[in-house]
Design a protein. Structure first.
Length: 254
């Protein structure tokens, strides 16, 4: 039975994610970019923390695969290729039609779904990433002007990441960085595509997803509290809005 594509609301991933659609057409929109239609056998690159939303264009869209790759491991590969860098270098464009790279990724997905060559997955992914980074990373983009706003944004981002499990507000952030709430919200949303609150919720959901992936026996009511939601109902509704699955369905691998 084919699993048809489900729409996803605005969110981001901590990981580098590589996606391919087997059949049909979906639409993706990245922050500060126009909507783009993605057809089968085309690779979509979701850079770490890059805000986006996706929805199906044709009802017969199915066979969507996404490979999530640890960002720190990706950065080590980039450092080997380009020398030590201050941060992860984003891949652009986000939609890649490079026949060789797409074929390599499709072959990897087929091997994973069929359980073949499991001992070579890491080596295969590393070769694939080196190919992508060499052709689609712009090292100079990482060194663009580091003005005051960028320093402020780093402080805000770090404060949120340090308090993911807490119920912090924009007022708390304002007191921490000594800027007005209005200014913080404006510059943060321009950079990240999400308000500070939405960014916080996104991080909570990603943290919850990681815990569910690593533990099939995770108590959901306890998890809701651990990642800073008021109750399990609020957690469940938010999780489903992001991933089109309830936490229980995700936990069971449905």
């Amino acid at each position: 039975m084919k699993e048809f594509y489900e729409n996803y609301s605005t969110h981001s991933h901590e990981t580098l994610a590589l996606g391919i659609l087997e059949h049909g057409v979906i639409q993706v929109q990245f922050h500060e970019q126009s909507k783009q239609n993605v057809v089968s056998n085309t690779m979509i690159v979701f850079n770490p923390n890059q805000v986006h939303r996706t929805k199906k264009v044709s009802n017969n869209s199915y066979g969507y695969y996404t490979l999530h790759i640890n960002t720190q491991w990706c950065k080590k590969i980039q450092d080997e290729l380009f020398g030590k860098q201050d941060g992860f270098i984003n891949v652009f464009p986000n939609i890649i039609e490079d026949t060789q790279i797409v074929e390599e990724l499709l072959k990897l997905y087929q091997e994973i779904t069929q359980g073949k060559n499991a001992d070579k997955y890491e080596e295969t992914v590393e070769i694939l990433l080196k190919n992508i980074f060499k052709n689609y990373c712009d090292v100079t983009a990482l060194h663009e002007n580091k003005k005051e706003d960028n320093i402020l944004l780093l402080k805000i981002e770090q404060y949120i990441l340090d308090n993911v499990n807490n119920q912090i507000t924009t007022q708390d952030i304002s007191k921490e960085v000594n800027y007005s709430e209005a200014y913080i919200s404006r510059v943060f949303k321009k950079k990240f595509g999400l308000s500070p609150h939405a960014f916080l919720v996104n991080q909570k959901i990603n943290r919850a997803k990681n815990k569910l992936r690593n533990s099939k026996n995770q108590d959901l009511s306890q998890l809701a509290v651990e990642v800073g939601f008021y109750d399990q109902s609020h957690f469940t509704n938010t999780f489903k809005r992001y991933f089109s699955l309830t936490p229980k369905q995700y936990q069971k691998g449905e």
